[in-house]
Design a protein around this ligand. Structure first.
Ligand SMILES: NC(=O)c1ccc[n+]([C@@H]2O[C@H](COP(=O)([O-])OP(=O)(O)OC[C@H]3O[C@@H](n4cnc5c(N)ncnc54)[C@H](O)[C@@H]3O)[C@@H](O)[C@H]2O)c1
Length: 358
């Protein structure tokens, strides 16, 4: 039998590596076990139960903190809980934080580490598809604030990212599907052949698809770490997607949705806008719509809330000089940056989504 393999991909110079493959966790833990620092682990309730016992087999953990699970806890309160736990454990700049969880734990933990004592080192150990393929890569950290997604945050690269897909064995099916949305987005903006070859159903074997997604994300983030140019393409679907996510997070009369579900709906809306502007053919748009709406359940919201949803776009971080700016597709596999959208454009796309019979 072949020995379990580990693939190491270098991130930008001096900023650590992405460790991938069946032996990645063991290899990385063996490396840091030899160093002279303490290890502090951040989890949420679910990863504390399902993933921490696995990590504990490989590593001695000196201190830990567990935050409540879910996007609604990616907030100042959880952040304060983590800073407090760091202080109580007398964490110093020489110590190491491991973020063991999905995108919420990685984003919040990365921000906590980048601000505590002006910055301590941290490692992401992503445990969801979404975090493996996207959130853990590229150095964006942050929390939601006043209902706005990722309103407070920083760019700070982790010391390393350790991708152990066996963590996915306990991840609920709905969460696996949510992560697939970001994988499909990566393909749509950069890899037409990969998009055509992707399945219309949620994959069962994640190793190859996660590796491909990480490669695409690294390509964009290494070329443009602070999102001045091409990295903005990764936001395709997120202008409308974040507006939907914020709206669902802050309104009790609609059922909560997951990040990937919001992004999938956002991609349908924004692909429709591409089609209106001649950036996608009608056939290409229909193919995107059918695949995304076939995989992700249609979001339900009252038609009378469409204007309110669109207004969340006014706070989007990509906006400039009061104008809504989006990254759109330029054919499948291509992108255009800084496209100005108006509130009526966004509303029209949401109305189209609302009226689509899926
Ligand atoms: N920083 C970035 O570049 C970037 C990119 C994309 C998304 N994000 C952010 O990522 C977040 C979404 O991430 P997510 O979808 O991973 O959500 P999440 O972190 O909330 O995890 C989803 C759910 O799965 C549970 N879970 C995680 N791993 C598990 C496991 N192995 N077994 C059982 N349960 C497990 C969690 O407790 C949670 O309930 C959003 O806040 C989004 O803004 C960040």
């Amino acid at each position: 039998m072949d020995a379990p393999s580990v693939e190491v991909w270098a991130m930008a110079a001096g900023e650590g590596n992405v460790y991938l493959g069946p032996a990645a966790l063991a290899t990385f833990c063996a490396t840091i076990a030899q160093r002279d620092h303490r290890v502090f682990v951040l989890t949420d309730q679910n990863t504390h139960q399902d993933c921490l016992p696995i990590l504990s087999k490989y590593l001695t953990i000196d201190a830990q903190v567990c935050i409540p699970a879910g996007e609604s806890h990616k907030n100042l309160e959880s952040l304060a809980q983590v800073w407090e736990a760091f202080s109580q454990a007398h964490l110093t700049r020489g110590d190491l934080l491991i973020n063991l969880g999905g995108g919420v734990v990685c984003d919040l933990g990365g921000f906590a580490a980048s601000t505590y004592k002006r910055g301590i080192r941290f490692v992401h150990m992503p445990t969801t598809v979404l975090a493996m393929a996207d959130a853990a890569i590229g150095g964006k950290t942050g929390i939601d604030f006043m209902g706005y997604k990722n309103q407070i945050g920083s760019f700070q690269q982790p010391m390393a990212v350790v991708v152990h897909t066996a963590f996915l064995e306990t991840l609920p099916a709905r969460e696996l599907r949510s992560g697939y949305a970001e994988v499909l987005k990566h393909l749509l903006i950069s890899d037409a052949a990969g998009w055509m070859a992707a399945t219309d159903a949620v994959p069962e074997d994640w190793d190859a698809i996660v590796a491909k997604a990480i490669g695409i994300k690294l390509h964009f983030t290494e070329s443009d770490p602070h999102e001045k140019g091409m990295r903005k393409a990764l936001n395709f679907g997120h202008t409308v997607g974040h507006a939907l996510e914020s709206y669902f997070l802050t309104h009790d009369h609609v059922a909560p949705i997951l990040h990937g579900e919001a992004v999938a709906a956002g991609m349908v809306c924004e692909a429709w806008l591409c089609c209106q502007r001649g950036l996608l053919t009608a056939d290409a748009y229909t193919q995107i719509q059918n695949r995304l709406m076939g995989i992700f359940p249609k979001l339900t919201f009252p038609k009378s809330d469409i204007a309110a949803i669109a207004r969340w776009c006014l706070q989007d971080k990509k906006n400039n000089a009061g104008q809504i700016k989006a990254a759109l597709l330029d054919g499948i596999g291509g992108y255009r940056l800084d496209i100005t959208l108006t509130l009526p454009d966004i509303e029209a796309s949401l109305l189209h989504y609302f009226a689509t019979p899926f």
